[in-house]
Design a protein around this ligand. Structure first.
Ligand code: ARG
Length: 270
């Protein structure tokens, strides 16, 4: 019998894909001009919001801004930890104006936002777990931004190097299952980072390339329920066997921009 997992209600910040389209290509998933069904993207995103609420989570929204099609990927806007907010500084010029729109929301919600000096894409590359922050680099967020996160949050920051452009953000290759453990796809990392992860997380759930390509590592867990792409079949099976409760949510239309469930979800940690 697998262990019964305890979940915890979370507060999530999201942004409706009202102006979603693929107009530029800043990762290998994006094909500008490929048909995108914005109505379907909105319906899939609404189903994600419903799934969160049905499982006891609070969901808030940042108003979408016309001309910022990637604003739906709320995870990239900040890292919020212990009530402190590290804002974002996007690598791609196309996404830079998103930072101000999210900053406004955080300010109105009573949070002071610390803008990073270096390129920093929020929870896309910064994953808090086990008393530290796992910090991706290689494509977007820089080691200088990792140092800024360490200074602001006062917790150890473990740098991890991503090497496969398909997995350009840490959250496309790794997610926190609960306060202690993670799931990840080792093939997305350089050998040093793989060794580090194996040492820090001996109990980690290892996912296959097929799971990763299906956006299965771009999942959100409340410690019990794992909101996950239905295409990540092996990983879903493995998580069920460990006592987690997978909640499949299809975001196929958003995959066309290189994003999935976690990308659409900013966790506001108290
Ligand atoms: N098109 C967006 C980009 O390339 C997708 C971001 C996905 N977000 C994420 N947290 N991985 O920046």
């Amino acid at each position: 019998m697998p262990a019964t997992r305890e979940g915890r209600p979370r507060r999530y910040l999201t942004c409706e894909p009202r102006f979603f389209e693929v107009r530029y290509a800043i990762n290998p998933w994006m094909r500008p001009g490929a048909p995108v069904d914005t109505a379907l993207a909105r319906a899939q995103w609404q189903a994600l919001v419903r799934a969160y609420r049905d499982h006891g989570h609070t969901v808030e929204h940042v108003p979408p801004v016309p001309g910022l099609p990637d604003m739906v990927f709320a995870a990239n806007a900040a890292l919020v930890l212990g009530g402190r907010v590290l804002g974002s500084r996007f690598h791609a010029p196309e996404r830079r104006p998103e930072s101000a729109a999210y900053e406004l929301w955080f300010k109105e919600a009573g949070h002071e936002v610390h803008p990073p000096r270096a390129t920093c894409e929020g929870e896309g590359d910064l994953v808090p777990v086990a008393g530290r922050i796992l910090a991706g680099t290689g494509f977007r967020t820089t080691p200088e931004a990792h140092a800024e996160a360490r200074a602001l949050f006062g917790v150890p920051v473990t740098g991890l190097r991503l090497t496969d452009p398909l997995f350009y953000h840490l959250d496309t290759a790794l997610f926190a299952l609960d306060d202690e453990n993670i799931a990840y796809y080792p093939g997305a990392f350089d050998p040093g980072s793989r060794a580090l992860l194996a040492r820090l997380f001996p109990e980690a759930v290892l996912a296959t390339r097929a799971d990763a390509l299906a956006f299965g590592l771009n999942s959100v867990s409340d410690g019990r329920h794992v909101f996950i792409a239905p295409g990540a079949r092996e990983l879903i099976g493995r998580l069920s066997g460990l006592g987690y409760v997978p909640v499949p949510v299809e975001l196929s239309e958003l995959h066309k921009a290189g994003g999935g469930i976690k990308c659409c979800t900013q966790e506001v940690r108290p």
